[in-house]
Ligand binder design. Structure first.
Ligand code: NAD
Ligand code: MG
Length: 399
């Protein structure tokens, strides 16, 4: 092995972020060496990835999936260790790799991401739900281990690129920063009239106009909850309160976010809507790496638009601000209710416009006090899911 190879583990390698990350790695042969890949239930894709990238370890959901993966890999790939379940994920997160990409979707990503942070290497965070659920615990763990946490989410990566070198987390004013603006595409229903929103189907919600993403985040983009989760994510990452974090709708998804300064300057990061740009940025930082993304054609684009978000048609954004301001475990309750409501919508058990209603009712009924450790947090998550499921059943029954 070459001495200057960077070792890398990808948690959630078979997802949209995971496959984009491997695409960037493949453009830099000899520079990265893959330690572990996790793929939950997508055995065929994980097997292909193992054949190409030859990790030391591959992790799947359970024993049955592990047997299926071993069979697929056969003798030709027998140097790949296969593990499964929570323990397997824990081991993948703790390979001591130089870089760990946290790209599992939803609350399932929390423990592995925290485990990777505890190792103290470079953690590239895509799994925004873990920061939304456990912001304080997560950032404490980063401070304790000295891990370098770099955002993969395109907006947060853009903000990171636009912040000044002397930026001190939690003290934006000291470096002249007055406001952070996150851009939102507006999703597939940006111009859909409210009566039509009552009847939209999962396939329409997942057909994002600019980005190709997993199904859960696609629905979050359609409700604008994705932007709500990102406001909370930004607040923890950069230590900026809700009053200094704004959202602007930008249908072209070219400006990925902006930072406003006291002298009237506004810095923006622009690129085509392709996650390989923020991934390559975070992989190489502070160096720049080729990502395979085409440069912007400004003249071809012609114009960029910016609009106010419509809170009436998309109430989820306001709910997220409310949870951020309430603090404690309110964002974890918001996240749990959202995950339950989105999966019910994807299974056609809940109408689209009821997603926000379920989250609002759950926030009103679940306990949102302070939590001091992950166990307590997971208990809050579990009971909020129970409350949300009751509301979903009732909403489903009246369909
Ligand atoms: P995806 O659904 O395409 O992939 C999710 C990955 O997690 C897959 O590898 C899957 O096998 C794994 N997984 C799913 N459930 C699991 C479980 N219970 N236990 C272990 N592994 C499990 O999702 P995605 O679009 O790649 O998003 C991943 C994360 O990145 C999400 O938190 C999302 O919000 C965030 N993100 C995604 C994008 C994007 O463009 N896709 C952009 C910004 C942030
Ligand atoms: Mg984003």
């Amino acid at each position: 092995m070459a001495l200057d190879e960077t070792t890398i583990t990808i948690l959630g390698a078979t997802g949209s972020i995971g496959t984009s990350t491997l695409d960037v790695l493949a453009r830099h042969p000899g520079r990265f060496r893959v330690r572990a890949l996790t793929g939950y239930r997508n055995i065929s894709l994980l097997a292909e990835q193992c054949q190409l990238f030859r990790p030391d370890l591959a992790v799947v959901a359970d024993a049955e999936a592990a047997t299926a993966l071993r069979e697929r890999l056969g003798a030709e790939c027998d140097q790949v260790g296969v593990l499964y379940g929570e323990e397997g994920l824990e081991q993948a997160a703790a390979t001591g790799a130089d870089v760990t990409v946290a790209a599992i979707v939803g609350a399932a990503g929390l423990r592995p991401a925290l485990r990777a942070v505890a190792d103290g290497g470079r953690v590239l965070l895509a799994n925004k739900e873990s920061l939304v659920m456990a912001g304080a615990l997560f950032m404490d763990a980063v401070a304790r281990s000295g891990a370098t946490l770099l955002p993969l989410d395109s907006e947060h990566n853009a903000v990171f690129q636009c912040l000044p070198g002397n930026f001190c987390r939690g003290r934006p004013v000291d470096s002249g920063v007055t406001r952070v603006l996150l851009t939102a595409s507006g999703g597939p229903f940006r111009t859909t009239p409210r009566p039509e929103l009552e009847h939209v189907k999962p396939e329409q919600a997942c057909a994002h106009p600019n980005w190709s993403m997993g199904r859960k985040i696609s629905v979050d983009s359609a409700t604008l909850m994705n932007k709500g989760l990102e406001v909370i994510e930004a607040s923890w990452l950069f230590g900026i309160d809700a009053d200094h974090l704004d959202v602007v709708v930008h249908p072209q998804s070219i400006v990925h976010s902006l930072v406003e300064y006291v002298d009237g300057t506004m810095l923006a990061q622009m690129s085509n809507p392709d996650m390989r740009t923020p991934i390559a940025h975070a992989l190489g930082w502070p160096e720049r790496l080729a990502s395979g993304v085409a440069p912007l054609d400004l003249v071809g684009l012609g114009r960029l638009e910016f609009q106010e978000p419509d809170h009436d048609r998309f109430p989820c954004l306001r709910l997220a601000y409310r949870a951020l301001r309430a603090g404690g475990s309110a964002p974890a309750v918001l996240n749990a209710a959202n995950e339950e409501a989105v999966s019910a919508f994807l299974e056609e058990r809940l109408p689209f416009m009821e997603i926000a209603a379920v989250i609002e009712s759950t926030l009103e009924h679940a306990s949102t006090g302070d939590v001091s450790d992950v166990q307590e947090l997971l208990a809050v998550d579990g009971s909020a899911r129970q409350v949300a499921r009751d509301f979903i059943r009732r909403a489903g029954a009246t369909q």
